[in-house]
Design a protein around this ligand. Structure first.
Ligand code: PHE
Length: 474
């Protein structure tokens, strides 16, 4: 199978695609805001340590599994376990999780696209109205935007690995950097910009507690696209000659750098709008920041450069977020696509049609769960609160299953596939790997504290989310 499997044309293509997956909505707004609220430089430091010492080994393990098996995640668990039925559950979850996360991510990407379209039409003033978002998400126009976003994603995926995913990443990622740097350069010229930078980088260690640490780790895990089968799938499209250890490091650095630089765009903007902003009062939620708070700030720029100028800045901002979201969506839908192609032996076109129908239907239902349809809006009640269908998908797959998938990757590579095979795979294309500090650290951490930490996070999340009890006090 691997002989005719399509591969990325180069390591750069792989890195850009994987970084495209990692750089998403969370990097651009969620990260800077939670860093500022949770200790500024202290949070940045802790986050960097988590990326380097907890996330990177998991990332390498996922990539090693994918490249060794040259298969989708379900097939990878099956093949590498020697058809051991016990592991087929892990394989199934590694395909179901991205399928479900794609649904919730699609809902948000459609809103971003809607805001992008509206700024292009000159409606920034309407977006800045605090009631607008609530109305917008319940308008039928969202379904048109959904068709367009779904069309773009499918157009990229139907091209396959080289002509679709890699080509899109090679265009979108450099464009994203240019837009980001351009916005940072502009925002730093605004009055009081430096006050925002100070809040962002000056460390305040008094804010550190178990819950902040848990938040930082979850954020890093999600931001690097771990636990979603994505890196396994993308790594199955690279050849044995390529260095995946170096590749993983590049992806982690790029992702963290973009998140850091995004802070130099968001915080100065917030503080120039209101120099007396109290960071504690900023919303931690990316959704309310992007769709409610930032449009107000973007409109206020008109006092500096006029309404058209402000609209252009807003357009560039939403375009940037949209590019980041599209490359992430593509990567996440590629996982079930690859699984259908390989496990069900259907063509790429058929796989994409099946997924467009199934994720499309679920996305429509989730979109209608913000008030359009009552039973979807009050879908369930758990953890002491009523929950919509969208909340349920988010709570179960994003919050709960991701660390569980990470845990299974650790247990699988160490105890089933075995360290020696992991090392063999990682050393292919990376000559000095065997015997290096990295090798020792990866093997040690994956077999000891990383699975323990992921298990604690998983158990604690289940307890707090679904039973409203906090087991470990965070
Ligand atoms: N890393 C992405 C982000 O920060 C997470 C993600 C990847 C989400 C792929 C969905 C799909 O937004």
């Amino acid at each position: 199978m691997s002989a005719n499997r399509e591969h990325f044309s180069s390591r750069l293509g792989f890195i850009l695609a994987a970084a495209g997956s990692a750089v998403g909505i969370g990097n651009l707004v969620g990260f800077p805001v939670s860093a500022t609220k949770n200790g500024g430089g202290a949070f940045l430091l802790v986050y960097a340590l988590f990326v380097a010492f907890i996330c990177l080994p998991v990332m390498m393990a996922e990539m090693a599994m994918g490249r060794k098996a040259q298969q989708d995640p379900y097939g990878a668990y099956k093949t590498l376990s020697g058809n051991d039925k016990k592991w087929s559950f892990a394989g199934m979850l590694a395909v179901l999780t991205p399928f479900m996360i794609a649904v919730f991510y699609m809902v948000i990407t459609v809103w971003i696209f809607g805001y992008l379209a509206q700024t292009a039409m000159g409606n920034l003033d309407a977006l800045a109205d605090p009631n607008h978002f609530g109305q917008f998400i319940n308008q039928s126009s969202v379904f048109w935007y959904m068709l367009l976003v779904g069309g773009i994603v499918n157009l990229i995926l139907v091209g396959g690995v080289k002509q679709g995913i890699e080509k899109a990443a090679k265009f979108l990622m450099p464009a994203l950097f240019v837009l980001l740097i351009g916005l940072v350069a502009y925002v730093l010229t605004l009055d009081n910009a430096m006050a925002g930078v100070r809040y962002y980088v000056i460390p305040d260690f008094s804010k550190m507690n178990a819950s902040v640490l848990n938040g930082a780790l979850s954020q890093a895990f999600f931001s690097l696209s771990l636990g979603m089968g994505i890196l396994m799938t993308y790594a199955s499209y690279i050849s044995k000659k390529e260095d995946i250890v170096g590749g993983a490091k590049m992806v982690a650095v790029t992702d963290s750098l973009v998140a850091f630089i995004a802070g130099l765009m968001v915080l100065p903007a917030i503080f120039s709008f209101n120099p007396a902003t109290n960071p504690d009062e900023l919303s931690e939620s990316s959704v309310s920041m992007i769709f409610v708070y930032l449009p107000k700030i973007l409109l206020a720029i008109q006092s500096d450069i006029g309404y058209t100028g402000a609209s252009i800045v807003a357009f560039v901002f939403f375009l940037l977020v949209f590019f980041a979201a599209i490359t992430s969506l593509v990567s996440i839908i590629e996982v079930p696509t690859a699984a259908l192609i390989e496990e069900k032996k259907v063509s790429r076109k058929t796989a994409l049609m099946i997924l467009a129908g199934s994720t499309g239907a679920l996305t429509v239902l989730c979109t209608m769960s913000f008030g359009m349809v009552d039973w979807l809006t009050q879908f369930m009640s758990y953890g002491g609160a009523p929950k919509s269908l969208f909340d349920l998908v988010y709570d179960v797959f994003y919050d709960t299953i991701l660390p569980l998938n990470g845990l299974m990757v650790c247990l699988f590579v160490i105890y089933r596939w075995k360290k020696i095979k992991l090392s063999d795979e990682l050393s292919q294309g990376c000559d000095g790997y065997k015997g290096s500090f990295t090798e020792k650290y990866v093997n040690f951490s994956l077999s000891t504290f990383i699975p323990v930490i992921l298990l604690i996070i998983f158990v604690n999340t289940v307890a707090t989310k679904f039973f409203a009890v906090s087991l470990f006090g965070f």
